[in-house]
Ligand binder design. Sequence first.
Ligand code: AMP
Ligand code: MG
Length: 367
Amino acid sequence: MARQVILTVPFHKLGRPLPSDKPGPRLAPTVAAAAFLAGLLAAPALVASAAEAERAQLVMGTLLRVRTSGDQPDATAAAIFAEVERWDKRLSTYKPDSEISRLNARAPEPLTLSPPALDALRSALNWSRRTGGAFDVTIGPLVKAWGFDATPRLPSEQEIEAAKALVGYAKVNLAASGEASLERAGMALDFGGIGKGWALDRALDAAREGGNVDEVVLDFGGQFLFWSRHQKVWPAAVRHPRAEGEAALTLEVKKNGSLSTSAASERFLVAADPKAPMSAPKKYGHILDPRTGRPAELVESVTVWAPTAEEADALSTALFVLGPVAGLRFAEVEGAAAFILYSDPARGLASAASSQWKKEFGETKDK
Ligand code: AMP
Ligand code: MG
């Protein structure tokens, strides 16, 4: 029977990420197996083959679900969790002793980063440049101003302006020695838009180095990675941004690679617009436009398919910020496979897919 993977959003709804510094409970295999794939909720414990395992663990504040097969699936799953945890320790802004938290706290003083943390930072800066700053790894001060690191709140105009002035990837300096510095006190790196994808790619590498692995499917709260030694077809779906538990689009993944969804519904704040206090309260999502200092509007979700999870993660965040028109244009220029769900004043929820998306998954219809 074909199994359908629903692209889920993290389980935290209203801005409060699950504390990533607390070790996540190891879910019982039955729960992990049952919870992993939609439609399998009534499934008995683990799947039939002894060489297949399904596990789930809370890491980076999100449930990471692993399905893998090969010679030693338990060891493969353990290697994946361990590698993602290593990245969490380096990149987390919720752990005060992570390398990135320490660099943020020291600004403008430099800190010598470990080679892996430096690699991640180089990559994040590269995506910041490549997307013209739509994705900007220095978004931290704005994330804080809007409270998306803790309790979401509406900042004042002055707070937005002050935070915006501290955002800018060009103000990060890297020396050949491995020293990194942020030019101004108050600047802060935030890997929320790329860290999960980056960690998934490395986790897959770590798993494959460890033994004879046949297949790995990772589901990390809006971020999927599919890998198989053999040609495979994985049924998948893009979550409907307005209808809980429903799919806006179903598709077949036929290649190894990653699907990443960025969605406003993942984490948001509902508050009255101070400029129109009498109108209905507005929803403010957690993906911020560095140009305005405010949540990006119009787009409801962006799903990107890419060969690596890092690329899918960075691009889904960037296209969300760029919006349906500029985002689609950027995807065309870059040859990126993107599916954008946005609100159209005349048509309600509308969709747009890039040429590369149509090549990978066929034509799509508006819902
Ligand atoms: P994602 O779900 O991958 O799109 O990541 C969203 C997260 O990335 C947010 O919760 C913030 O931590 C961070 N973020 C928000 N806006 C941006 C932006 N413009 N560039 C980079 N990261 C961002
Ligand atoms: Mg992202």
